[in-house]
Design a binder for this molecule. Structure first.
Ligand code: ADP
Ligand code: MG
Length: 627
């Protein structure tokens, strides 16, 4: 709710609309206690007085009635009828829509064909027909306006409900034995209410206009009672001679409908979950860079080099140090593993390389990322875009989420190539098949015309890898690419990545939380904790002699076959939240070797040979481990 109000307030036009509408509503609410003339008392001696004349600020109409008084009372009536019609239409329409969408099948068919029939009439005609049948009068006008708007709501809500009724959480509720009514009330309704509110907020203005229209034609409010429409209707004959009698209600209608529509659009934008999740805050094309310190000089270590990289999230007045000074490098043809628990900053590190961390809230606050010596952090967006996919490609965890559901995988592969060089249809097709063959997709020529949902998880990840290979990158950053797959498929994918690395000389940065995977694939490994590297070295050496207590705990989490009944060790406690990191070692609270000096000062990453560790009391002395 707070987020909603904030988003709404950020929208200037909606805010203005809301304020104007509130003013009007306030005026209308205090109308009964204002010292106004009686709106219905005629005084023909005072006909057509002009605005600002004595005793009648807005003048009088053709029967000498006070226009200000009539305007306020009329506005009250118009607003009340418009809102009432909207609420009736929304309630009825939503009920019909939910029932049709939830039960589906024949119920749906019968209801929706009825709704279609109603929609087939031009609806002002339908409203006229209803009022003609019921007889003129404000209440009947309300009924007519509500009735012609029911189909709109019913259709909208039915569409949403159909989508929700087949979601897993609804199935789960059904399996839990909930009755249909309970499911509709507790599972479906909360999900459609925002849509109902959106539909209402965008149609209320229209319904007020329709009611005014019926009154204008003499079918709504009956004399002497005034609403905005009937005031306009009565002023019609004096339109030329005394225009103020038409202008006064006309301007009020304009003000009301404009403000409601502006506010309604704002409400829609703020409530729409897709817009709410960031589309309104417009992320930048590349991560924001605010480096305070000096840029580290190039050292020429490796093809890709991270130097003291710092990435933060600025959320309100908090600063989350997701990556707190990470230095790493990877050479051509080498595989570097980055390992750590969930939340240790692995993904943010990986995304920072190509400026892919969403800004706001992401900010790269220090350090450098060098590709072949070139600093990418300060590079212009064009340069980054040019390099994304061509020099450095990514593979993500969930291929179902990264592939477009509506395009065939072949088209998506070709699109990935086209991002960097023009390619003809036939050549693209050939290249797509080649790529799928490279990732050992069985029957590649046929598979390119599959949609992502027609493939298994392992095959989809192969497509993901093929896309990463599309422009022959030098480096692939794989962010937990096998975490969503089962163990046998994982083994196949790992073997394939290893082959690709050898045959193409690819450098791979492989992110995982599984030491088993690291052992299988990586030459070197860096252990991350709370946004920092705590241990680094060649995989074999670290597996043989781990030094950081955290590394030993991570290794103890890997099950090993044939080892008898060993307990799998969970690491007690949780990683620290990165906006309030403790002094000293971030792992101290969970460490069994902790001493008093672990909790003070900055603990440096100590290097010895090709090993490095950030610990005052390592399991194995660094000296010994590095031998
Ligand atoms: P992982 O090692 O599991 O890949 P991440 O790199 O995704 O971890 O996250 C590192 C830290 O950054 C976590 O503490 C996470 O809460 C924080 N973080 C990630 N994205 C955001 C964000 N958009 N806003 C605030 N904090 C974030
Ligand atoms: Mg991650």
């Amino acid at each position: 709710m707070k987020v909603f109000l904030k988003l709404l307030a950020r929208n200037r036009l909606a805010l203005a609309g809301g304020i104007v509408l509130m003013l009007v509503v306030f005026l209308v609410l205090i109308t009964p206690i204002l010292p106004l003339a009686d709106p219905d008392v005629t005084n023909t001696a005072n006909r057509f007085k002009l605005p600002f004349s004595e005793g009648a600020i807005l003048g009088t109409d053709h029967l000498g009635r006070d226009l200000l008084s009539r305007l306020l009372w009329g506005t009250q009536l118009s607003l009340a009828v418009g809102f009432a019609a909207a609420i009736v239409a929304a309630t009825l329409g939503a009920t019909i829509g939910i029932i049709a969408g939830y039960y589906g099948g024949r119920t749906d068919n019968v209801i929706m064909r009825g709704v279609d029939m109603l929609m087939a009439f031009p609806y002002i005609l339908l409203a006229l027909a209803i009022v003609a049948a019921l007889g003129p009068g404000l209440f009947n006008a309300l009924v007519a306006v509500a009735a012609v708007n029911v189909p709109f709501f019913a259709r909208n809500i039915r569409g949403i409900t159909v989508g929700i009724a087949h979601k897993e959480f609804v199935d789960a509720a059904r399996l839990a034995g909930l009755s249909d009514t309970r499911i509709i009330l507790t599972e479906i309704l909360p999900n459609v209410i925002p849509v109902i509110v959106i539909a209402m907020s965008t149609t209320i203005g229209w319904m007020i206009l329709e009611t005014a229209g019926l009154s204008f034609l003499g079918l709504g409010s009956q004399p002497p009672q005034a609403d905005l429409g009937s005031m306009l209707g009565e002023a019609r004959s004096a339109l030329i001679t005394n225009p103020h009698t038409s202008i006064v209600p006309g301007v009020m209608i304009l003000i009301i409908v404009m403000s409601i529509n502006l506010l309604g659009d704002g409400v829609r934008d703020a409530l729409d979950p897709r817009l709410k999740s960031g589309a309104l805050s417009r992320p930048m094309a590349a991560t924001m860079v605010k480096r305070d310190g000096p840029v580290p000089a190039a050292t020429g270590d490796g093809l890709l080099e991270l130097q003291n990289l710092q990435t933060q999230f600025h959320v309100k007045d908090r600063v989350y140090r997701a990556v707190g000074g990470v230095s790493l490098h990877v050479k051509r043809g080498e595989c570097l593993g980055i390992i750590g628990e969930s939340g240790s900053g692995k993904s943010v590190t990986a995304l920072s390389v190509m400026g892919l961390v969403a800004s706001p809230p992401g900010v790269i606050s220090g350090g450098a990322v060098r590709y072949d010596g070139e600093d990418l952090i300060g590079a212009p967006y064009r340069r980054l875009r040019d390099m994304r996919g061509k020099n450095v490609a990514y593979i993500f965890q969930d291929p179902l989420a990264t592939l477009h559901p509506l395009y065939r995988v072949g088209e998506q592969l070709i699109e990935a190539i086209r991002a960097h060089r023009p390619i003809g249809k036939e050549e693209g097709q050939k290249k797509a098949i080649e790529l799928l063959e490279a990732v050992r997709m069985p029957n590649a020529a046929k598979r390119i015309s599959d949609y992502p949902h027609e493939m298994s998880g392992g095959m989809r990840q192969r497509v993901g890898i093929a896309m990463a290979l599309a422009n022959d990158p030098d480096i692939i950053i794989a962010d937990e690419p096998t975490t969503a797959l089962d163990v046998t498929v994982q083994a196949q994918i790992l073997a394939m990545l290893d082959d690709l690395r050898r045959s193409r000389g690819l450098a791979i940065v492989f992110i995982t939380h599984d030491f088993g995977v690291v052992a299988q694939l990586c030459d070197r490994v860096a252990v991350m904790y709370a946004g920092r590297i705590v241990e680094e070295g060649p995989t074999a050496s670290i597996l043989d002699k781990p030094t950081h207590p955290y590394t030993t705990r991570l290794m103890a989490c890997v099950p090993q076959l044939g080892e008898g009944k060993r307990r799998l060790e969970a690491i007690p406690g949780l990683p620290p939240v990165v906006d309030k990191l403790p002094d000293g070692c971030a792992f101290a609270d969970r460490c069994e070797r902790v001493q008093a000096d672990c909790r003070t000062g900055e603990i440096a990453l100590e290097r010895k040979g090709d090993r490095a560790v950030r610990c005052l009391h390592p399991v194995t002395p660094l000296q010994e481990a590095a031998e």
